[in-house]
Design a protein around this ligand. Structure first.
Ligand SMILES: O=C(O)c1cccc(C(=O)CC[C@H]2O[C@@H](n3cnc4c(=O)[nH]cnc43)[C@H](O)[C@@H]2O)c1
Length: 251
């Protein structure tokens, strides 16, 4: 161990857990890594470990299952004496026009749950204004910049929703409440909640497969988004390898 490592200034390669919703997204991430992928069975779940040591988890669709699966993997790693340094929630998502067109990439500087709260006669009230909970997790700035610089991803808020937006009115309402929103998905906030419970920083990265707005399944470009996801991880993995987890709280 060199002097810098002893002083904790530089760590060995960060231990990274990447969560996706479904196996096809996990496999798109895996294609970015050279070498074989090995399977690691955990109680109730299956990790895919790349030759670079990154663990990939298809954690399920929606914030609840994503949180439960991510928490399980984090707990297993901690009990094994090899806790993760970083969790990355990744997948396809909806993009708000015109800033995040189909095929583009977004990295979150805020991971915000859009529909956790109460409906009132005066409109939606987030759970924090009711006096409890959290609605936003803020990823570490240096890691967000490393991803953005490496991949060209736009940086902004990624919303987590339990119901996919399907109308122009709903899209406009979300943008009205969250002017910095560039994309929406269904898992990021759940993953970030699990990571926060373990004191581990979290990122969210979405490759845009469809516009947020009126439902139009013919407009989905899932293949293009999965290709963008593979290309993004090919660039961001080396960038995050040199990111120091001790910078996690440095904005
Ligand atoms: O049936 C529909 O109209 C519809 C439109 C978009 C997405 C879906 C899904 O069921 C996919 C959910 C899955 O993919 C992520 N995702 C992709 N696009 C979006 C979106 O526009 N809004 C929210 N989530 C999206 C999501 O993270 C899930 O993993 C159905």
């Amino acid at each position: 161990m060199d002097v810098q490592a002893e002083e904790g200034l530089i760590t060995a390669s960060a231990r990274v857990l990447v969560t996706t919703a479904v196996p096809v997204e996990r496999d798109a991430v895996a294609r970015a890594f050279p070498g074989p992928v090995t399977e690691v069975r955990l109680p109730g779940t299956l990790l895919c470990r790349t030759a670079a040591g990154w663990d990939l988890l298809a954690a399920g669709v929606g914030p609840a299952l994503a949180a439960a699966s991510t928490a399980g993997a984090l707990t297993a790693a901690a009990l094994d004496g090899a806790p993760y340094d970083l969790v990355v929630s990744a997948g396809i998502g909806g993009g708000f026009a015109p800033e995040a067109p189909v095929g583009s990439l977004v990295v979150a500087d805020a991971i915000t749950v859009a529909d956790l709260g109460a409906e009132t006669a005066d409109g939606f009230v987030p759970v924090t204004e009711l006096g409890f909970g959290t609605v936003t997790h803020r990823p570490p700035g240096p890691a967000v910049r490393a991803v953005s610089d490496a991949t060209g991803a736009r940086t902004g808020t990624i919303l987590t929703v339990s119901t996919v937006t399907g109308t122009a009115d709903r899209a406009a309402a979300l943008r009205g409440r969250h002017p910095g929103a560039l994309a929406e998905g269904m898992e990021g906030f759940g993953v970030a909640e699990a990571a926060a419970a373990h004191g581990v920083p979290a990122l969210e990265i979405r490759a845009v497969s469809n516009p947020v707005g009126p439902r139009d399944r013919a407009a989905w470009r899932i293949g293009d988004a999965l290709t963008a996801l593979t290309e993004a991880f090919g660039k961001l993995a080396p960038a995050l390898e040199s990111w120091n987890p001790h910078d996690a709280h440095d904005r």
